[in-house]
Design a protein around this ligand. Structure first.
Ligand code: NAG
Ligand code: NAG
Ligand code: NAG
Ligand code: NAG
Ligand code: NAG
Ligand code: NAG
Ligand code: NAG
Ligand code: NAG
Ligand code: NAG
Ligand code: NAG
Ligand code: NAG
Ligand code: NAG
Length: 453
């Protein structure tokens, strides 16, 4: 028996709903549902000392499958939980435990699907805000994994490169959730799915608030943060929240290097160093819409240097592999009829519903947006236009445009100010430090990164 088949629940959870393959089991107060033959020791009185087993790639791991009749559960319902395989707390400094949570969410066709988040528990939880309450601080940290490869999902990819921001946030006592917001089809750039999956990851975690399962306090302050692809998920969460998850009390959202318009990103990167972002984006946004996906695949050339085989290789590439494989490529060359055929009226429907920010709702929570004016991946005027659109209808946004650097350095250059925003949200100092009404747009000149692009 493969050790990956281990299913573990925590004692004291009022009802642990666990599922494997076709079977769904509802077990109250269950400590260990099934154990691998090799694992004989366990500590049934605590989650944190649950059995360890090595991570298995999602494509090979049956844990990453839709539980039986999951469609009937409400969005945000926890469908499976396990302590994160291996010793993720060893990799993430400042964590006392880490869990994988598989939950129900809603895809871009507004049909049931599921996603996974990884929840890190801080060694020492902070009390968010300096009110008399003991609020927990929950940071939803969206990583820019920018890939159509399911094994690039953070819940697995974190084992090879753990983002320092996670450890730093944990060190401040924040609970940190890292959702695989592209979902089970690795639908990179599918805005609606990414937003829903981010919001439902919060619902899933908050459903345990005040219960012993993860030790989350009863009341929690919530902030979101993401850069580039991570900002895409965060922004879509912001604009969809008003309708999809109005009950969530999100206190602030930090978004850096926004990409409000997928088409303009495509034209910006085509033929350049970032061309490799296009194949996973084209595959990712369309795979939510099977008819459009089939249409786009049908346009791929079967012969020549830039053919279907080469393009579809992106299905198994991480972001770095995509960048290497498609460096300088004109993506148009892969398609019969070029990009204009790809951007057909059929595809426009997808782009309009899932690829253009700003049309699904108006964020009702404070936003901190930061952007390099010379961002070469997504022109700054797209973000200017999006911010102006929201500001015209009462959003509360601080938008900082940096005169130095580009898209890559923008992540590093803006880190300190994004961190300060998140800390102010959790520290209860937002109102004292930021303008709580309307929009403030200003130019800055951050120079933290040695990169010029
Ligand atoms: C089991 O976990 C509890 C709570 O963390 C701890 O107090 C206890 O010492 C552990 N027991 C063993 C045998 O590790
Ligand atoms: C996991 O790593 C942490 C941090 O180094 C360590 O304290 C803990 O004992 C490890 N857990 C196991 C079960 O090896
Ligand atoms: C733990 O958190 C602190 C404070 O955020 C941070 O400075 C430190 O680098 C973190 N430790 C690790 C091992 O990442
Ligand atoms: C819960 O936290 C929010 C801030 O996130 C705060 O406004 C509210 O007063 C808190 N409620 C309780 C009962 O502590
Ligand atoms: C949001 O805050 C309100 C008011 O404090 C509270 O009644 C409600 O339960 C909170 N929602 C969640 C999901 O915690
Ligand atoms: C998105 O960008 C494309 C390419 O620049 C442009 O043609 C289109 O009008 C833009 N869409 C919106 C809604 O701004
Ligand atoms: C890509 O090829 C198309 C068709 O030949 C051409 O119109 C376009 O200018 C090229 N784009 C780049 C960035 O080279
Ligand atoms: C398709 O492209 C690949 C490189 O991605 C190349 O190895 C292969 O020979 C090409 N096939 C044809 C039929 O040209
Ligand atoms: C991706 O990898 C899987 C498993 O290794 C393989 O079955 C599949 O054919 C690969 N897809 C492409 C497009 O290379
Ligand atoms: C941004 O600027 C470009 C180039 O001047 C222009 O084509 C595009 O329409 C502008 N986009 C917006 C959203 O204003
Ligand atoms: C607590 O709140 C007060 C008043 O809003 C503020 O001046 C102070 O900096 C806050 N302290 C922390 C640790 O956030
Ligand atoms: C906050 O922003 C609004 C809208 O831009 C402006 O009218 C107001 O003066 C600002 N307040 C402060 C304290 O800066």
């Amino acid at each position: 028996m493969r050790t990956a088949l281990l299913l573990v629940a925590c004692l004291n959870a009022p009802a642990a709903v666990l599922a494997y393959g076709d079977r769904k089991l509802v077990q109250p107060n269950l400590a260990i549902l099934a154990t691998a033959a090799s694992s004989t020791t366990s500590n049934s009185s605590s989650c944190s000392s649950a059995l360890l087993y090595e991570p298995v790639a999602p494509s090979e791991d049956p844990w990453y499958t839709a539980p039986y009749e999951f469609e009937n559960e409400k969005p945000g319902t926890i469908l499976r939980v396990r302590p994160a395989p291996g010793n993720l707390t060893l990799l993430a400094g400042n964590a006392s435990a880490a869990y994988n949570i598989l939950y129900r969410t809603t895809n871009s066709l507004y049909k049931p699907t599921w996603a996974v988040t990884t929840l890190f528990i801080p060694k020492k939880a902070s009390s968010a805000s300096n009110s008399s309450t003991t609020n927990g601080a929950l940071l939803s940290y969206q990583i820019a994994y920018d890939s159509n490869y399911i094994n690039a999902s953070p819940s697995y990819a974190l084992y090879s490169s753990l983002d320092q921001d996670i450890s730093t946030a944990l060190g401040k006592g924040y609970y940190v959730s890292v959702p695989d917001y592209e979902g089970p089809l690795a639908s990179f750039t599918a805005g609606v799915l990414s937003g829903h999956a981010t919001l439902d990851s919060l619902r899933a975690i908050l459903s345990t608030a005040g219960k012993p399962r993860f030790g989350l306090p009863a009341n929690n302050s919530i902030a979101l943060w993401g850069y580039s692809g991570g900002a895409l998920a965060s922004e879509w969460a912001a604009e969809l929240q008003v309708q999809y998850a109005p009950e969530l009390n999100i206190s602030g959202i930090a978004v850096g290097g926004l990409t409000p318009n997928v088409t303009s990103v495509l034209f910006s990167i085509n033929g350049g160093v970032g061309a490799g972002i296009a194949p996973p984006a084209i595959l990712g946004i369309t795979n939510q819409f099977p008819d459009v996906y089939e249409y786009v695949l049908s346009l791929l050339k079967s012969e020549g240097t830039n053919n279907k085989t080469g393009f579809l290789a992106a299905q198994n590439y991480t972001l770095n592999q995509d960048i290497g494989a498609f460096l300088g490529k004109n993506i148009s060359d892969y398609f019969e009829g070029g990009l204009s055929a790809v951007l057909s009226p059929l595809a426009q429907k997808v782009i309009h519903s899932d690829g253009i920010m700003g049309y699904h709702g108006i964020p009702q929570v404070p936003i901190y947006a930061y952007k390099a004016i010379k961002d070469e991946l997504s022109p700054v005027n797209d973000t200017d236009t999006l911010v102006a659109r929201y500001c015209a209808v009462g959003a509360n946004i601080l938008y900082e445009r940096s005169s130095i650097g580009g898209h890559t350095s923008g992540a590093i250059n803006g880190r300190a100010s994004a961190t300060a925003f998140v800390d102010a949200i959790f520290g209860g100092t937002y109102a004292a430090t930021y303008n709580t009404t309307g929009c403030t747009i200003r130019e800055v000149a951050w120079n933290e990164s040695s990169l010029s692009f």
